[in-house]
Design a binder for this molecule. Structure first.
Ligand code: CDP
Ligand code: MG
Length: 713
């Protein structure tokens, strides 16, 4: 293999990173045992340096080095950095892979990827035979996929002799964590060795504010306050960069706009020659930002200019920005939580935990003493902030993960080695959903459909809609919809009211082009119109659509199509026929996937969901159906937004007949009956008992219906 290496690995700072002094001992420790836990302060060089050390020590001669990250931005930016440090072009020897974006080749030796990507690789190759080292990074973040990978690797490699049979080199597993949960990790991995990289931390002085108290947990007024504090820091504190923590893209962009405006007025107010007032370089940082813009974050600001990075939680541990001396902490984070009120996973803004707040503050003390300004008060800290962040596995839907485990032959999903077990009812809920989607049978075994479903990096419902459409021979209507629902929001929402009015009009016009009463069809039509237009980017601008989001949707659609083509070559791929109109076919396919998200007209403008929760929901104002809801009876929706009301977004009308046969499935199995299925193979005897009970229940229902009919007569 020809190497294009131009220079020796460089250290990131002028002064070597703390990890540098432990290089040879670390390499030795990795060689010496199957599992190794490595811990050290964020920014000490774990993510960027250890893979380079292992590469240098020859670990890539007989396999790759794979490093997982919970966040895609981290995987991408870190790979860029490491490629640069090693003097390679990104995507060759050093590459990255995240969902729908693979920047690696056959020759890639050091591969950064999201934990979800590695989990997919385990599905295809449980022994991870291509790798010589797998590094699970940022384990303290406790993302769902990292937790599952930990359990799987423990299960497979606890018996290294057996697991390594036939491998060219025994697999080494390194688990890296920034915080000190190391004893627990080591105990989990059979008391494996722990390597601590001693860090240097400088004191950070934290102060509480008064803007947010226990009553303000749901307000968004904190953006204004954060901006004010950041400007105060800028005008009154000594040199040093500022890092502001907010929760998401919209908020961050709003804060940056406010900062731009205010920063300009500051410059006016003071004499430009006054050296005490430096300029302020304002940089947003969030997950779906273009990569070239992300790179800027790490560059030192021009002389005499102060950098102010406004970021999501990604800057808390995944990414380290040098030169930060001041933190402004909003106290909030956006988190995916299972909402039992509506029975769905919902992205919510919630108070951070105390440990998270400490971590944020710590970012100011990497190279010298720093300050952290919390905009919330002490009472908020005491009453609203939990001690620790709850692991994702204990607060989100497990449907996709349980299907993956089942496909890997892990039948007993309750006694799987979890670092922290999820509540049993979450596992049962996942099994119930898989059963409803026909991904598993009553004995908990994966069905043919389940085997197809697991191949798609999509929500099972969406996958089912895609598969249904393909079995009818019309994937062209569903693949674009699936792609559009998998990328960030495509509709631009301008801040200025005049522009907002125009954007609304444009969006409504796009909706009516596709019939005006179906948000899914609108997505399809936007996809097609843009794709076929001569200048797609200009088309987007004119219609207030995010061109970048659409570009990703095009690429996602291609990738989904490739997966589908591969699956269609299987002999057991389902084929069905349909003779109705296209519009109906489209909505029927959607129903196949979203019958769990069906609602029926209730009182006034409210609809009532059919999933057993019977929640009252309202159509979101952004939907094309919002103003025309009068004549609607049954609707199907893609997602839910909870504010003061529960809103359903991306909606389309359906007919009861289309879901009539599917809806009973929602109530057919009792979650608790599934607990057998969760544990072990169900015996024939148990199965018979269960079926008898079911038959009796159906009999009862039938006679009740009969009686009702008689009464009606
Ligand atoms: O993983 P850990 O938190 O221990 O540290 P790291 O991510 O390896 O970061 C080591 C150093 O590299 C820090 O000083 C970062 O600021 C720097 N770095 C950078 O300048 N640009 C990147 N894209 C990534 C890291
Ligand atoms: Mg790291």
């Amino acid at each position: 293999m020809s190497k294009s290496r131009r220079s020796e690995p460089k250290e990131s700072d002028l002064e070597p990173l703390p990890i540098y002094h432990h290089k040879s001992k670390l390499v030795r420790a990795v060689k010496d045992s199957t599992f190794l836990v490595v811990t050290g302060e964020t920014g000490c060089g774990k993510t960027t340096q250890l893979p380079q050390y292992l590469h240098e020590a020859g670990f890539c001669k007989k396999g790759k080095i794979g490093i997982t990250q919970p966040r895609r931005v981290a995987a991408i930016t870190v790979a860029q950095r490491v490629a640069q440090e090693m003097g390679y072009a990104l995507g060759r020897e050093v590459g990255y892979q995240v969902r729908f974006d693979d920047c690696t080749t056959e020759d890639t030796e050091v591969k950064y990827m999201t934990d979800g990507c590695l989990l997919r690789e385990v599905l295809a190759d449980p022994g991870l035979s291509q790798y010589s080292v797998v590094i699970l990074d940022e384990v303290h973040e406790r993302s769902l996929n990292t937790d599952i990978l930990l359990g799987l690797l423990k299960k497979v490699f606890s018996n290294p002799d057996k697991a390594n049979k036939g491998r060219r080199l025994p697999l080494k597993v390194v688990v890296m964590s920034a915080t000190m949960e190391t004893e627990k990790l080591s105990a989990f991995l059979g008391n494996c060795p722990v390597f601590v990289i001693p860090g240097r931390i400088f004191p950070v002085k934290c102060s509480f504010g008064s803007a947010v108290g226990p009553k303000e947990t749901e307000s968004t007024g904190y953006v204004k306050e954060v901006v004010k504090v950041a400007l105060d820091v800028h005008t009154s504190e000594m040199a040093g960069d500022i890092l502001v923590f907010l929760t998401g893209q919209n908020e961050i962009e709003r804060a940056c706009d406010m900062l731009y405006e205010k920063a300009e007025t500051i410059d006016y107010r003071y004499d430009v020659h006054d050296r005490t007032v430096e300029g302020l370089l304002i940089l947003p940082l969030y997950g779906s930002m273009p990569t070239d813009q992300q790179r800027q974050i790490f560059q030192p600001p021009p002389r005499g200019i102060r950098k102010c990075v406004v970021a999501t939680n990604i800057a808390a541990t995944s990414l380290t920005i040098n030169g930060i001396k001041y933190i402004v902490d909003s106290g909030f984070v956006k988190q995916l939580n299972h909402n039992s009120r509506v029975g769905l996973d919902i992205l919510e803004v919630v108070p951070i935990s105390k440990s998270e707040a400490e971590q944020r503050a710590g970012r100011a003390g990497r190279t010298s003493a720093g300050k952290c300004f919390r905009i919330y008060n002490k009472e908020f800290w005491e009453k609203c902030m939990p001690e620790y962040t709850i692991p994702e596995i204990q607060r989100t839907s497990l449907t996709a993960v349980v299907l993956t485990l089942k496909c890997l032959g892990v039948h007993d999903v309750i006694r799987f080695p979890y670092l922290d077990s999820p509540e049993e009812r979450f596992i049962l809920e996942a099994l119930k959903q898989l059963y409803q989607f026909d991904a598993i049978d009553r004995r908990g075994r994966v069905t043919k459909l389940g085997e197809l479903m697991v191949e798609f990096p999509l929500h099972p419902g969406l996958t089912r809609a895609v598969l249904k459409a393909s079995s009818y021979g019309c994937p062209d209507v569903m693949l674009p919809v699936a792609a559009m629902l998998s990328v960030e929001n495509i509709f631009i929402r301008p801040g200025h009211p005049e522009n907002q009015k125009e954007a609304d009009q444009r969006h409504r016009a796009l909706g009516s082009k596709s019939g005006g009463m179906n948000d899914f069809a609108t997505l399809l039509s936007i996809f097609q119109l843009c794709k076929s237009s001569e200048k797609p980017s200009a088309w987007c601008k004119e219609n207030w659509i995010h061109w970048r989001a659409l570009k990703s949707a095009f690429s996602v659609e291609t990738q989904l199509r490739e997966i589908l083509l591969r699956l269609q070559q299987r002999s057991d791929f389902p084929v069905e026929s349909f003779d109705g109109n296209k519009n109906e076919l489209f909505r029927r396919c959607l129903c196949a996937g979203y019958f769990t998200n069906v609602a029926r007209r209730s009182i006034g403008k409210a609809f009532c969901t059919m999933d057993g929760h019977g929640s009252m929901v309202h159509i979101h104002p952004s939907s094309a159906l919002f103003e025309n809801e009068k004549d609607l009876d049954w609707v199907m929706f893609h997602d839910v937004l909870v504010t003061s009301k529960v809103y359903i977004r991306t909606v389309c009308p359906i007919r009861y007949e289309w879901v009539k046969d599917l809806l009973p499935k929602l109530h057919e199995v009792d979650v608790y009956e599934l607990s057998n299925v969760a544990r072990e193979e169900v015996t024939d005897e148990e199965m018979a008992k269960w079926e008898n009970k079911e038959a009796a229940k159906r009999q009862q229902e039938a006679s009740a219906e009969e009686a009702l009919k008689k009464l009606e007569k």
